[in-house]
Design a binder for this molecule. Sequence first.
Ligand code: MV4
Length: 449
Amino acid sequence: MFQKILIANRGEIALRIIRTCKEMGIKTVAIYSTADRESLHVRFADEAVCIGPAASSQSYLSIPKIMAAVEITNADAVHPGYGFLAENAEFAEICTEYGIKFIGPTPDQIRQMGDKITAKETMIKAGVPVVPGSGGLLQDLETGLKIAKEIGYPIILKATAGGGGRGMRIVRQEDEFESLWNIARQEAKAAFSNDGMYIEKYIEEPRHIEFQIVGDQFGKVVHLSERDCSIQRRHQKLVEESPSPFMTPELREKMGNAAIKAGEAINYEGVGTIEFLVDKYRNFYFMEMNTRIQVEHPVTEEVIDHDLIKEQIKVAAGIPISGKNYYPNLHAIEVRVNAEDVYADFRPSPGKITSLHTSKGHGVRVDTHVYAGYTVPPYYDSMIAKLICKAQTREECITKMERALDEFIVEGIKTTLPFHKQLMKNEDFRNGNFHTGFLNTFVMEKPKD
Ligand code: MV4
C-alpha cells in the first residue's frame, strides 16, 4: 500500500480524498494556490505545499510545480481528483516516469478515450452499441453534407477532441449545415487546438444515464450500476441520482454488460464511467467514457454502501477486486450547491460566506470544503457543496431532500439552493418524467421579495 499520497486538487474533492486516506492509514500532502491558503484541505492534510498564484495555469495545472511538490514531500502516489489534470495523459506519463503511481488509468487508456472517434471505433469493435454516424473524421464540407444526407436529418456535429458539449452543433436541415459546420469547427479549434469533426444521428430528448465501472490490474471489470444525470443546464450537471427512474432490471442487465465490455475492451484499470444516451424506446448508445472519479460518485457510494475512493486507491495499489457487480439497495439524490445567482442566468456569485448551516440528520450527507467566514474565490469552479440524500424509495428521498434543502442556509453569497427547492416540487421531476432538455423549459418562479 502507498505510504503518502499527494492530492493534486482543491475544494471538496481534495477533502474527500484526505478522509479516505486517513481511514486507510495513508499520509497525505495537499497542494494549494495563494488563493486557497485558508482552505480546509490545507488544514486537514498531514503536509501542505504552496505551489503558486491563484491562476490555475500557474498552480493546479502546472505539472512542473506539482512534480516539485511530490519530490520535496517524498509522496509515492498522486491522486488527481476530477477536473484539472485528472484526464491529462501527459501528467499520468510523467508521474510514471518519476516512479510515482498516478491513481487512475494508464496514459494510453486516457488517450484512447480522450479522442472521441477512437473511443467510438473501440466500442464498435467491442460490440457496444453506438449512435449511427460518419464513423471517422470528416475530410471536408462536401463529404459532411453527403454523409448527413445518408444518415438523415436531424444530425449532430461533434468535435473528436470534444466532450461536455463544446464544439457540438445540432443540424436540423441541409441549408443550415454549412454555417453550423464552420461555427462548430472554429469552436473546437479554439478550445482544443483540434478541429477534427464527426457526425451522428441526433437522438431527440435523450436521457443521460451513466454506468460506474471498476477495473483492476488483472483484467477484471465490474459495474456498480447507473446514475441518471439528465438534469443539466448548458452541459453542467445540477442533479444526479441512482437508480435512474427510467431503469428496468432488464435494461440494467443489458447496459451493465455493455459497460463492462467497454471497460474490458481497453483493459481498464481504475474507476471510470461509461456515459450512454437512452432514447424513449430504451435504446441505448455509448456516448463517451470518463477516465476519472466524478463529482457525482457519492450517489453510487450511498446506494451500494462502498467507498469509491478506497476502491480506486486499492486497485491502484494492485489489489484485485471482488469480481461481482453491485446493485442499488436504496435511492440517492445529489444536488449541487453552486455559488451562482439562479435569478441572473446562473451568474457566478463568489464572495464571503457570512453564515452557514448545513443539513443534518439520518440519510443526509454534505460534502463540502466551505465554512462560515470562508471566502469563495472567483478563480475556480463555483461548486461549494454537494447535498446527498438517501432513503428506501425515490419518493421518500425527494421528501427528505426537501426537508434537507430547507435547513441548508448560506448567507453572504447567492447559491443554487432556491433552484433545487423549486425542482423538487416539479411534477415531471417527481414523476421521473424528464430528459436532457428538461431545464430548457423549466421556468423559475421569482423570489418573494
Ligand atoms: C448527443 C445528443 C443527441 N444525439 N448525441 C452533449 C454533451 C456530449 N457529451 C454529447 N451530448 C449530446 N450528444 C446524439 N447523437 C444529445 C447530447 C446532449 C446532451 C447529452 C447528455 C446530457 C445533456 C445533453 C444536453 C444537450 C445535448
